[in-house]
Design a protein around this ligand. Structure first.
Ligand code: MF3
Ligand code: CO
Length: 287
């Protein structure tokens, strides 16, 4: 690219004063055999501001669920809260009609790993653990985050699973910094899960997010340090490991084609944050 032409990132600055050094660094890493991000997944400051607003609404939706969730509630009621709150605040629930998904949110209880479909028949019971995965479109920009909720008093093994899942995400986040690798995050998550006797779900994982619901890169949590895509400022993706008490193997509901269960019927927990790689480290856009 011409050094004096405006930078591809849309900053309006000359290329030589903007992303030239960045491109040179990535080019070198590519020559060394690393996977590098395409310009299309590097967010501009304007895009980041818009995505931030979407993420703020997503967080508010999760807070609205947190305020209401209790034993005896159906997962359909959670869906109603998510739909109503999102639409009332000018957003669209991203899951609704996404590849045929029939509801506004995923609610995954106990041995459900992910993609649980809200239903009037699924009543939250004291002792359940449930993942509520909220994704929002605001002004065309996408956000995505999930939390674990404990329904009343839950068994010790469930508490411990959730605590370790939180620790896995925190350790993964510590590795989210420019010029590191996606594999650094995966290894941190997987090592901590295994140390605690748990297994991490493979082939379902995180993803780039912001301009689309699911963008490049795919984010695995069983990868090795120094491998997978180089992390560069402006990249945005989710960290959302699924941690199983027992085997990482899973089955998919034959009737609805969506809901993923642990193969052994033991518990699974998941926490999802949306992360921006910055010049100095990272920023979590959701809570
Ligand atoms: N929110 C999920 C994720 O983290 C995606 C769910 S797709 C849906 O990627 F259709 F099930 F909503
Ligand atoms: Co996600």
């Amino acid at each position: 690219m011409e050094p004096n032409k405006p930078c591809w990132c849309g900053s309006g600055k000359k290329y030589k004063k903007c992303h030239k050094a960045f491109d040179e660094k990535l080019h070198l890493l590519k020559m060394q055999g690393h996977i590098i991000p395409d310009h299309s997944i590097i967010k501009t400051p304007e895009q980041i501001e818009k995505i931030r607003l979407s993420a703020d609404l997503n967080t508010a939706v999760l807070d609205a669920v947190a305020a209401e969730i209790r034993p005896g509630m159906s997962t359909q009621e959670i869906d109603d809260i998510v739909y109503t709150y999102t639409v009332d605040h000018g957003g669209i629930p991203a899951p609704l009609n996404y590849e045929g998904f029939p509801k506004s949110v995923c609610t995954s209880i106990n041995d459900q790993i992910c993609h649980g479909i809200p239903s009037e028949d699924d009543i939250l019971q004291e002792g359940d653990i449930v993942n509520v995965d909220v994704s929002t479109i605001l002004d065309g920009y996408f956000s995505d985050a999930s939390r674990m909720f404990m329904i009343g008093e839950v068994p010790e093994n469930a508490k411990r699973l959730i605590q370790v899942t939180e620790e896995c995400v925190r350790l993964g986040l510590e590795q989210a910094k420019p010029w590191g690798f996606l594999g650094d995050i995966g290894e941190a998550v997987n090592t901590h899960a295994q140390t605690n006797g748990y297994q991490v779900v493979r082939d379902i994982g995180g993803h780039g997010v912001g301009l689309e619901f699911h963008e490049e890169p795919f984010v695995s949590y069983v990868t090795r340090r120094g491998t997978e895509m180089v992390l560069a400022p402006g990249m945005m993706f989710t960290i959302e490991p699924m941690i199983n008490e027992g085997t990482f193997e899973y089955t998919v509901d034959r009737d609805n084609g969506w809901t993923v269960y642990t193969a052994d019927g033991l518990l699974s927990a998941q926490i999802e944050y949306m992360v921006l790689i910055t010049e100095t480290g990272h920023e979590v856009l959701t809570k």
